[in-house]
Write a protein that binds this ligand. Structure first.
Ligand code: 8YV
Length: 315
């Protein structure tokens, strides 16, 4: 018996239905807490999304559950220690969403720097009165310094794309030093140096107790007044109240956000700022990535239920 917490793209659902008996028919929106609890309690395998909070209590009641396949690369929605304690295998969906998320990061870099959304709104509203030498001037992107916080799979994919823009990449990483690929200029630096020198600061670390509010008031204050902050990782890595304050006081020039501290709730003030671009957590939202994420979940469920090791365990 398989529990799928939400409706996934049709090719995934078709494969799910071919191979498994579904515990309940998933819906487009979030499951009610009762349905989620029951799903975890009765199923032998579950596919859940990042928006489903899987806590110690629900895992301790999940006596039949062998595997939770998280339909995401991040897994901050799941109590890892509890899963480990109950010997429930937890898996994620790495790699297939790396390019999609890196592309979206660049969409936000370009959209914020070049005021794409403001321009679109102006034209749509019928307020464009003609070309002007001073209208909607933005920031230069090519040749500027790109700061990347977290050089894992997605951070590196963002850095690779900087070559075409002739942008030196300053990265802050806990791990080992990386060698620059041909044509690129990558330099490992400290976080204060990265914040001081970067024209674009992009966040690519997972959400953990160590990274919560990694970017707070003092980090924002350390950024250039002309700098733009991009977050396609996790909302709580940035102190949103401090970010709104910095944007209101114009101590930084703008922000491109795909993730928020308390999704889908927006911090008051954020939506009225003209120099931010706000997306509804679309990082992996391509057909390719979202279908492959589902197929990876199924591969992991298949393996664990057949007594084989999961291909993408996070525990
Ligand atoms: C998902 C994500 O869209 O993979 C992740 O960690 O944030 C996104 O790919 C989302 O988490 C759906 O579960």
């Amino acid at each position: 018996l398989l529990y799928v917490s939400r409706l996934l793209p049709e090719p995934v659902m078709a494969t799910v239905r071919e191979r498994y008996q579904l515990l309940t028919e998933p819906e487009e929106g979030p499951p009610s807490p009762a349905v989620l609890r029951q799903g975890l309690q009765e199923a032998t395998a579950a596919i859940v999304t990042l928006s489903e909070r899987i806590d110690a209590q629900s895992l301790s009641a999940a006596s039949r559950l062998k595997v939770v396949a998280n339909y995401a690369v991040g897994y901050n929605n799941i109590d890892l220690a509890a899963a480990r304690h109950h010997s429930i295998v937890l898996t994620n969906t790495p790699d297939v969403l790396t390019d999609a998320t890196a592309d979206l990061t660049w969409a936000l870099i370009l959209a914020t720097a070049r005021r794409v959304v403001e321009g679109d709104a102006l034209v749509r509203a019928g307020d464009w009165t003609g070309w002007s030498a001073t209208q909607l001037l933005g920031a230069e992107v090519a040749g500027r310094t790109l700061g990347i916080i977290g050089m894992g799979r997605i951070g590196q994919a963002v850095a690779h794309r900087a070559v075409g823009f002739r942008m030196p990449v300053h990265y802050y990483n806990r791990g080992t030093r990386l060698t620059s690929p041909p044509g690129a200029q990558w330099a490992g630096v400290s976080l204060p140096d990265l914040l001081r020198d970067s024209d674009f600061v992009s966040v690519h670390v997972p959400l953990t107790e160590q990274t919560r509010h990694l970017i707070g008031a003092s980090e924002l204050a350390a950024m250039k007044q002309t700098a733009i902050l991009i977050n396609t990782a996790r909302g709580p890595i940035v102190d949103e109240a401090a970010l709104v304050d910095a944007l209101e006081r114009r101590t930084i020039a703008g922000a491109g956000l795909d993730v928020y501290e308390d999704e889908p709730r927006l911090h008051p003030g954020l939506s009225s700022l003209p120099h931010v671009v706000l997306l509804p957590h679309l990082g992996s939202a391509t057909w390719y990535a979202r279908v492959q994420m589902g197929m990876i979940c199924l591969r992991n469920v298949d393996a664990v239920l057949a007594g084989r090791p999961a291909p993408n365990p996070v525990l």
